[in-house]
Design a protein around this ligand. Structure first.
Ligand code: ADP
Ligand code: ADP
Length: 227
């Protein structure tokens, strides 16, 4: 079963803007997916639907084949299993140090302090931010902030990681480092979706490409099929 199936999803904002129109697609487990589309194509709206921050205006979303009814329990599960790294990392870095920031999620899960420490240390190592441990996140470079934000999500071990333009604002060297990190943390049970304007990146990194334009699905397939 796909992790998500969208059936005829329409999303309209309060001011009447239709951000997604009759979108039907599924997200298969374990894929590396690139979502491509111009500004205003509906990418962020799509992401907000994936983690239950917003509810479709019309249509049905299936999560692991089950119709999402948006009960509190389902929403809690969805938020645990779908982690979003927002485009502006400042919106999700709020602690006084990098370490505290990454510790926040696991600590709230009620794990033992030893377990929390072990998990946080592992993730910091994996994302190569150990040297930033005691720094206040606000003073980091944009690329460093992105790594910290990714670590803060990764530490929760979500089955789906969603990244809104993870390479925006990074020079080619740091873009590549972020993309390499995303390939490294991907595995058969962890699906990763990123949005990007960078067609080369999508071509090289993704197993699957989804193209949105003006709220509509234009194309979905392997990079080879889509481009
Ligand atoms: P993208 O992420 O691809 O740039 P968005 O999902 O942000 O696209 O936006 C899709 C459409 O919805 C755009 O026309 C945008 O202006 C509109 N939109 C986004 N957020 C809001 C909002 N909160 N209220 C009204 N319209 C919005
Ligand atoms: P320090 O100089 O404090 O030891 P570094 O500058 O080497 O730290 O960065 C620590 C980690 O953050 C490294 O993994 C590095 O790749 C990453 N990093 C540093 N600057 C950026 C940046 N601008 N964009 C992306 N990643 C960065």
């Amino acid at each position: 079963t796909p992790i998500f199936t969208f059936e005829n999803i329409t999303y309209q904002y309060a001011d009447g803007t239709v951000a997604l129109k009759d979108l039907t697609l599924s997200i298969d487990t374990g894929k590396k997916i690139a979502l491509i589309g111009n500004n205003g194509a509906g990418k962020s709206t799509f992401f907000l639907l994936l983690n239950g921050i917003i509810k479709p205006t019309k249509g049905t979303i299936l999560f692991h084949g089950k119709n999402l009814a948006y009960s509190r329990k389902e929403i809690r599960k969805l938020r645990q299993q779908v982690g979003i790294v927002f485009q502006n990392p400042d919106s999700q870095l709020f602690s006084s140090s990098v370490y505290e920031d990454i510790r926040f999620g696991p600590k709230n899960l009620g794990l033992s302090p030893e377990r929390v420490k072990k998990t946080v240390d592992e993730v910091m190592k994996r994302t190569e931010i150990e040297a930033l441990r005691d720094k206040p996140p606000h003073f980091l470079s944009i690329g460093q902030k992105k790594r910290v934000a990714i670590a803060g999500i990764l530490v929760m071990e979500p089955e789906l990681m969603v990244l809104d333009e993870p390479t925006a604002g990074l020079d080619p060297y740091y873009s590549k480092k972020i993309v390499d990190l995303l390939s490294e943390i991907h595995h058969k049970d962890r699906t990763i979706i990123l949005s990007t304007h960078n067609v080369d990146l999508a071509y090289e990194w993704a197993d699957e490409v989804i193209v949105l334009n003006d709220g509509e699905l234009i194309s979905k397939g392997t990079p080879w099929e889509v481009f």
